[in-house]
Design a protein around this ligand. Structure first.
Ligand SMILES: NC(=O)c1ccc[n+]([C@@H]2O[C@H](COP(=O)([O-])OP(=O)(O)OC[C@H]3O[C@@H](n4cnc5c(N)ncnc54)[C@H](O)[C@@H]3O)[C@@H](O)[C@H]2O)c1
Length: 257
């Protein structure tokens, strides 16, 4: 499969890594790109910039009816769906209890799991269902799904229990999803990015951001949305990648805090 001629849905496509994928797909000649994002305004601006074959679909991935409509838009607008990249997500840092022993708010924990993990699963199940109706290619392939985890799935720092749980869930479901969907020729891969230069760190103090950006081993800098999109493109193109998680992190291993 190639970007060229494919219909591509990107959740979280209005910013950061997802925006990088939407731009790469459009530049690579995708027949249609759906920018599915809770930030409908930003999604519309991007869609307008990228051209007629790119549409904004304002969607909160926590709203299952909205997710159903967003994926259906691929069929009604472009006739099918070939590639889904799940990039919608939120960052969150809070220790399980504070210095006074007050436990973390359970609603904060649930919100992170709901967006990052449950929202990803909902996009995946709807996408797979639509892709399964595609005509198979010469290699019996009908579609590709790429999910976004994080290195926090493996070496989450203090304060990352909720975020790491949401990303660990994505790592854990990668293989069973690939196994579920193998009979219909849909591949499922996950990328676990390291420290990537996107607006997700806007909530962090500047000093923390500066420290984080120096952690990668080599090259000693943050990754870019282009580097992420390049790997998504490689996964789309290489039919022998399936059921695996790839760390895209310049060899970084996060310290405890
Ligand atoms: N930037 C990093 O260093 C990094 C590292 C590891 C993993 N990730 C993961 O990559 C993904 C993309 O993050 P990013 O860095 O590009 O951040 P970002 O904030 O730039 O983009 C995230 C996008 O997701 C959208 N979004 C948030 N909640 C949503 C919801 N409920 N429904 C629909 N869309 C929603 C936002 O509006 C935004 O456009 C996230 O899952 C994040 O956890 C990022």
């Amino acid at each position: 499969m190639q970007w060229s001629g494919s219909v591509v849905l990107v959740s979280g496509g209005a910013s950061g890594l997802g925006e990088g994928v939407a731009r790469a797909a459009a530049a690579g000649g995708a027949a249609g790109v759906l920018v599915v994002d809770v930030n409908g305004e930003r999604a519309s601006v991007l869609a307008k910039e990228l051209g007629d074959h790119v549409i904004a679909v304002p969607t909160d991935v926590r709203d299952t009816d909205a997710v159903e409509r967003a994926v259906a838009a691929a069929e009604t607008t472009f006739g099918r769906l070939d590639v889904t990249a799940c990039c919608a997500g939120v960052g969150f840092v809070h220790r399980v209890m504070d210095r006074e022993g007050t436990p973390m708010n359970i609603d904060d924990y649930r919100r992170v799991i709901d967006i990052n993990l449950n929202g990803t699963f909902d996009i995946v199940r709807r996408s797979a269902s639509l892709m399964s109706r595609n005509q198979p290619d010469a290699d019996s392939q009908r579609g590709v799904i790429v999910m976004t985890a994080s290195l926090a799935a493996y070496d989450g720092q203090a304060g990352q229990s909720a975020y790491s749980a949401s990303k660990g869930g994505i790592v854990g479901m990668t293989l069973p999803l690939a196994r579920d969907l193998a009979p219909v020729g849909i591949r499922v891969m996950t990328i676990a990015p390291g420290i990537m230069d996107t607006p997700i760190y806007e909530f962090l103090p500047r000093e923390t951001f500066e420290v984080l950006s120096k952690l990668p081993l080599n090259p000693r800098r943050m990754g870019t949305a282009q580097e992420f999109a390049h790997l998504v493109g490689a996964i789309v193109e290489n039919p022998y990648l399936n059921g695996e998680v790839i760390r895209l992190d310049a060899g970084v291993r996060l310290p405890p805090k």
